[in-house]
Structures are given as structure tokens and as C-alpha cells.
Design a protein around this ligand. Structure first.
Ligand code: BTN
Length: 274
């Protein structure tokens, strides 16, 4: 059985990673992304990489205009990381984060978690994790520093009573997907440590071997081999999802056999190409 983690043990394990220059853990906060964004531009800003974890979020933010339902049992944290990826590969960041989450949750789940491009994580076709990445700059010691705030929300052990109706149908909590022997060890603290360990591995490997992410993607992509519709800048494209390129663009093969590389958009799986 995996060890049960409380906050102190999690902080110890995070310290052992030797990665973060600043770690803060709040009991209650509006949103870890919003709070970290404010702190990074304050008079006493944390050095990067920085981590902010919250037990409770009062105004969790999702992508677009969405909010993030943040009940007890949900892991909510944000990391601020300096830009170390070349401009042409920046769209790979969300994919690296999604992959790190999927690979860490695989240690706890019967079904393999999958990443829905660009970065939601699904188990049994239901969303277990949402990721919100926001990039910004600040002046530090006379230099401009570019960074991304990576906000991650993971449904670890959630009681869905009282959840919005649409979530009950579309979301899953990790403990529902775990074997009984592991379900008890799942807590926001234990999953946090596991995700951070995988994040270090994924970001290191992606940096050292530019082909690594693309190779892993085929195994971990929820869309791979599915017919999809992607809507981007008001136009729609239908085709088969066929991996990613080195820029992180989704490769879609249309019904005429032409391949399109799409860097951003909203994608959904459809029945077939007709
Ligand atoms: C989405 O799927 O729309 C993205 C959801 C991201 C939620 C996380 S929870 C921790 C961090 N703080 C926030 O306010 N949002 C992100």
C-alpha cells in the first residue's frame, strides 16, 4: 500500500525534489493562479520556480470564461516556471504538463489516463484534471523575466453530492478509478507529490530529447486515431487525429489525405468523418 501523505510529508518530499525556490501552502485563497500572479508582481516577489498550493479555493478559474469547482478532495495548485523552451516549441508546454499528470495518475488508476489535446486529462472518458496556463513577464534586477503560471486542478477524492449537474456526467474523481488497495491512499497531498515528480521527469526528458514528447504522445493521447472536429478562429476542420509535431501542433488528416497542423482551437471527438 502507498504511504499516506499529510501536508508536512508532502512538503518534505517537495523539498527533496530540489526544484522550487519558493513553496507556499494556503488554507484558503481565491484562486492559486490569481494569487501567484499577484505575488509575482508584488514588492516581495518569489523567485522561480515557485509553487502555491491551496486547501480551499473560493473562486477557482478555468479556461475561457469557465470557473473551476473546487470542493474538498480536489487538488489545486499553481507553479510559476521561467520560460526555458525555445519560441517555436512553446505550444508543447501544455502537452508536457498534461502528460506529466496523466503519467502520474496512471500509478493510481485501473484505466489508463489520457490527455485530451492540448491538456485536459481523462479517465474512462471523463475529465479528472483541468489545466490553465497563463504567461506573463516581470522586471527583475533590471531584466525582463518571462514565465508561465501553470494551474492544475485534479479531482482526487471528491464527493459529487452538491456538484453542478453537468459535472456529475462529465467528470470523474481519481478514487473512483482506483483499485481498492490504493483508493485509501489517494489524497490531494499524495497526488501533488506524484504529479511534481512526473513533471520534473517529463520536462527534463522533453528538453534533452526533442522527439521524446511526440513518441510518448501516441500512447497517452485521448484523441489518437479518432475522428475529430477542431474549431479554430471561426473555421472548422474535420479529420483523423494523428499525433503532434515538434511544435506541439495537433496533426489532423482530412478525408482527402491532407495533413493539417493545428496549434490552437477547441477540439471534440465525433462519430466518424461524414
Ligand atoms: C479548465 O479545465 O478549464 C482549467 C481548470 C484549471 C483549474 C485549476 S485549480 C488550480 C488553479 N487555480 C485556478 O484558479 N485554476 C487552476
Amino acid at each position: 500500500m502507498k504511504q499516506r501523505f499529510d501536508r508536512d510529508r508532502a512538503l518534505q518530499a517537495i523539498d527533496q525534489l530540489g526544484y522550487f525556490q519558493s513553496v507556499r501552502w494556503w488554507e484558503e485563497i481565491d484562486s492559486t493562479n490569481r494569487c501567484l500572479a499577484r505575488e509575482l508582481k508584488s514588492d516581495n516577489p518569489p523567485s522561480l520556480p515557485a509553487l502555491l498550493v491551496a486547501d480551499r479555493q473560493l473562486a477557482g478559474v478555468g479556461r475561457g470564461r469557465n470557473s473551476w469547482w473546487s470542493p474538498s478532495g480536489c487538488l489545486m495548485f499553481s507553479m510559476a516556471v521561467p520560460w526555458s523552451i525555445p519560441e517555436s516549441e512553446r505550444a508543447t508546454l501544455p502537452l508536457q504538463v498534461g502528460l506529466a499528470v496523466a503519467q502520474s495518475l496512471a500509478d493510481w488508476s485501473v484505466d489508463q489516463p489520457k490527455v485530451k489535446w492540448p491538456n485536459d486529462v481523462y479517465i474512462e472518458d471523463r475529465k479528472v484534471c483541468g489545466i490553465l496556463i497563463e504567461s506573463s513577464t516581470r522586471r527583475m534586477d533590471g531584466n525582463v523575466e518571462e514565465y508561465s503560471i501553470i494551474g492544475i486542478g485534479i479531482n482526487c477524492c471528491i464527493d459529487w453530492t452538491g456538484a453542478p449537474e453537468e459535472l456529475r456526467a462529465s467528470a470523474i474523481s481519481l478514487h473512483e478509478a482506483s483499485p481498492k488497495s490504493l483508493a485509501e491512499s489517494i489524497s490531494p497531498e499524495s497526488i501533488l507529490v506524484s504529479v511534481l515528480q512526473h513533471w520534473r521527469n517529463v520536462s527534463d526528458r522533453s528538453r534533452m530529447d526533442k522527439q521524446w514528447l511526440g513518441r510518448e504522445w501516441a500512447e497517452w493521447s485521448w484523441l489518437e486515431g479518432k475522428w475529430v472536429e477542431i474549431v479554430s478562429s471561426g473555421s472548422s476542420l474535420i479529420g483523423l487525429a494523428k499525433g503532434i509535431n515538434s511544435s506541439g501542433a495537433l496533426l489532423i488528416e482530412d478525408r482527402f489525405g491532407r495533413t493539417h497542423a493545428v496549434l490552437s482551437g477547441t477540439v471534440r471527438a465525433i462519430e466518424d468523418g461524414c
